[in-house]
Design a protein around this ligand. Structure first.
Ligand code: GLN
Length: 529
């Protein structure tokens, strides 16, 4: 069977959930097909690793160390695949490739142009990935909204694609918005018509239209969209507003999307949603409820912590417990007042000194009051600093990231990071193994001697302070195989005080929640009694 291509574009508004729609489509087709998701982003950064989360949401990290768009989190969680960094194509990467080819002399004698040279690089990259992965189906999501200047070259490449791989192997899905204006109380199709017109001007004629709406699309509006946009009426699908993104595959199934995809692409890969439905059902009908304080500094933009939020959703589905997150901005945190109605504390990853003292205070509250605590990457640094200051009596202990002049640099830059000047893609990135200590809580949670989690950091626990931390009762429950780096730590006398240098939230799945999150939620529930 030739590789099939589904190309997903978006119109009208940004933020309609194209990534989740693409991932849900993949989920519905994944029972029999090897699916590879590709995301094309129009910005000129080579990857999102150099943008702060306010610009672009969470930076998702892959096993291979790639820093990629947060949609890859959805792809991995919905498709059960381990993605690679080459699957995220940015205009920065594309121009890099074109420039390298030009300097090598690949275009010798020619004027290098957007069409065909840039569009060829885009298409060839996608074809190369399809070949390398022996993919049955490629789902290519084009970032942004049709009409954005920065995505024009990707759209042009996608237009050309159907000629290269055959019309019968390519379908275009366009996600739009169907508003119900206040007072009018009617589903409006005009924005969809206009957005499809923009797409058609670019030579792309959608086969399927997904209309995001707060209600199921009516027969009337579907007919109207079908008439004006030249798609089959049954190929107009509701993209319903839902409380939980995991419900989207169920909505699409109900709307008949799998059958349409099978027909249009001449494939057969029926979805098996039994387990998924069961988990969603648990998610919808929780029996208990806890509130977790998320103590960070990007708390105004929840997208910065997308994978952590999803990890908690996975725990909810498995433990039948609603988990409310209370966003605590640590720049303002200086006492225990944030603890009201709180069952557990998370200090997530982060960068720079702003808010650090508040995070250290949050750790102190957790340790002194025996409130379940989970520290992630920077959260581990904060836990070590707090312990060094208040238990080991190392006054002024800090990380050299926060205070380069600290008398006790308990957290210091990794030696191999010291001379790195370039910022892009140079952290300790990707999957690294850790060897766990057999009688530790972390070992019990993972039930394994060696585990692999993903990383994104430059600083670590300074080996010069390992001894004093250990003497004072901290346990290093997981270290790198050479014993040099502390990957997991815990305070065994407390009910749940665990931190890791890694980001276990990146590998959490609906079917298999991250063990440290599950353990943390259980500890919160136990404490509640
Ligand atoms: N800023 C810290 C470091 O670079 C922690 C990074 C993180 O939390 N991802 O080591």
């Amino acid at each position: 069977m030739p590789t099939k291509y589904i190309i997903v574009t978006g119109g009208v508004l940004s933020g309609l959930g194209k990534g989740i729609a693409a991932a849900s489509i993949g989920h519905l087709l994944s029972s029999k097909l090897k699916i590879v998701p590709i995301k094309c982003d129009g910005y000129l950064n080579v990857d999102p690793g150099t943008m702060n989360p306010y610009e672009h949401g969470e930076v998702f990290v892959l096993d291979d160390g790639g820093e990629v768009d947060m949609d890859f989190g959805h792809y991995e969680r919905f498709l059960g695949v381990t993605c690679r960094s080459t699957w995220n194509l940015t205009m920065g990467k594309v121009f890099d490739m074109v420039r390298q080819k030009e300097r090598r002399g690949d275009y010798l004698g020619k004027t290098v142009q957007y069409i065909p040279h840039v569009t060829d690089v885009i298409k060839n990259h996608i074809f190369d990935v399809a070949r390398q992965e022996s993919a049955d189906l490629m789902i290519v999501e084009i970032g942004g909204t049709v009409g954005d200047i920065e995505n024009e070259l990707f759209l042009e490449a996608m237009r050309q694609m159907k000629e290269d791989v055959g019309k019968e192997n390519t379908i275009y899905i366009h996600l739009t918005y169907v508003p119900i204006p206040y007072g009018v109380n009617e589903q409006k199709s005009k924005p969809t018509q206009q957005s499809v017109n923009l797409l058609k001007q670019r030579g792309i004629f959608p086969d399927i239209i997904i209309g995001r709406c707060s209600e199921y699309l009516t027969k009337e509006v579907k007919t109207k969209i079908s008439n004006f946009c030249d798609v089959d009426p049954e190929a107009v699908i509701t993209g319903l507003d839902v409380d939980d993104i995991y419900e989207i595959p169920l909505v699409f199934e109900e709307e008949g999307l799998p059958g349409i995809l099978h027909k249009k692409l001449n494939i057969y890969s029926p979805p098996d949603l039994r387990k998924w439905k069961e988990l969603i059902n648990n998610l919808r009908n929780p029996e208990k409820e806890i509130t977790v304080a998320m103590c960070g500094k990007y708390t105004k933009l929840e997208d910065s912590y997308a994978s952590i939020i999803e990890s908690f959703n996975h725990c909810s589905a498995h433990l039948g417990c609603k988990i409310k997150l209370k966003w605590v901005e640590t720049t303002d945190l200086c006492d225990a007042s944030f603890l009201d109605q709180i069952h557990g504390i998370v200090v997530p990853g982060g960068f720079g000194s702003r808010g650090a003292e508040g995070k250290i205070e949050a750790v102190r509250q957790a340790r002194e009051k025996d409130i379940p605590f989970l520290g992630l990457c920077l959260g581990l640094h904060m836990a070590v600093i707090e312990f060094a200051r208040n238990v080991c009596h190392l006054k002024g202990a800090n990380s050299t990231e926060m205070d380069p002049e600290t008398p006790y640099p308990v957290i210091d830059i990794l030696p191999e990071q010291r001379n790195i000047k370039e910022k892009g893609g140079t952290m300790r990135l990707g999957a690294y193994p850790a060897v766990l200590k057999e009688d530790s809580k972390v070992y019990a949670l993972y039930n394994a001697r060696e585990v692999t989690e993903r990383h994104r950091h430059r600083y670590e626990v300074n080996p010069a302070y390992h001894e004093i931390l250990l003497q004072n009762g901290m346990v290093f429950s997981g270290v790198s195989p050479d014993g040099r780096l502390v990957e997991f730590l815990e305070l065994p006398q407390l009910r749940y005080f665990i931190a890791t240098q890694a980001h276990p939230e990146l590998k959490s799945r609906m079917e298999a929640p991250a063990p440290l999150f599950k353990g943390f939620v259980k500890a919160c529930l136990d404490r509640m009694g």
